[in-house]
Design a protein around this ligand. Structure first.
Ligand code: CTP
Ligand code: MG
Length: 232
């Protein structure tokens, strides 16, 4: 089904849990904003044709400049919405008639490798309606209340932690966004699942971490430093 995909990078979140007073996508690690790291990761993949980037309205110009400085070519930078699914929907509106496959990636994941991106895009073959990288959960899972009182242990067999990029035929993702109530859903696979599409997981990467809390930034900085060291 797919040769290559349009990369849709969503970067319009506020980063409330990070709590640094700057939009998360513009927080710098190793001298560059997360947005630039994530955009480069996507754009450098063999199976990505072009990039559309979604940021908060007030950041459209700034994002364009940051991406140009980082040497990443983008087709368009567009304004996102209040919830992630609204930002994805806005990005989908900016796609052209020639775009048949889309890879939706979070700017909060700056370390996805180009190999992972291409492998995920390549796995979108008939009859799948969506593909995403994921890893089996390794920690023991507990259900607990707000006070930390454990209710029970949850069986982790068959439980996966899902990453981005998530890859779809454009028409499948568009119609899922149009038909399904996305409130409370935190990824695009969930929309396609609810719409009845067949969703497939491929092996993710342990280093494809998501920046959510301040400690995650330190981890990303250390991993970037290790990669830079490896190239010397
Ligand atoms: N995102 C987006 N538009 C939104 C909300 C989120 O484009 N309205 C993007 C974020 O920029 C991020 C990805 O979706 O790249 C995953 O979201 P998350 O990690 O939750 O980021 P934030 O929403 O920014 O963080 P928080 O929930 O802590 O505010
Ligand atoms: Mg969020």
């Amino acid at each position: 089904m797919s040769g290559a995909a349009l990369g849709l990078l969503v970067a319009a979140g506020a980063g409330e849990r990070l709590g640094v007073g700057v939009a998360k996508a513009f927080v710098e690690v190793a001298g560059q904003p997360l947005l630039a790291h994530a955009a480069r990761a996507l754009a450098s993949a063999e199976r990505i044709d072009a990039l559309v980037v979604v940021v908060a309205g007030e950041d459209v110009e700034r994002a364009g400049k940051a991406l140009a400085e980082a040497g990443v070519q983008v087709r368009a930078v567009v304004q996102g919405g209040v919830e992630r699914h609204e930002s994805v929907a806005r990005g989908l509106e900016a796609l052209g008639a020639d775009d048949s496959v889309v890879a939706v990636h979070d700017a909060a994941r700056p370390l996805a490798t180009s190999a992972l991106v291409s492998r995920t895009v390549g796995a979108l073959v008939d009859p799948w309606a969506a593909v995403a990288p994921a890893l089996p959960v390794v920690d023991t899972l507990k259900l607990a209340d707000d006070a930390g009182r454990v209710i029970r242990t949850v069986d982790r067999r068959g439980v996966w932690a899902v990453q981005t990029p998530q890859v779809f035929p454009v028409d499948v993702l568009r119609s899922a966004h149009a038909r399904i109530d996305a409130r409370g859903l935190t990824d695009d696979l969930a929309l396609v699942e609810r719409a009845g599409g067949r969703v497939r997981l491929v092996e993710g990467e342990h280093t494809n971490v998501k920046v959510t809390y301040p400690d995650d930034l330190e981890l990303v900085a250390a991993l970037l430093a290790a990669r830079a060291g490896g190239q010397r």
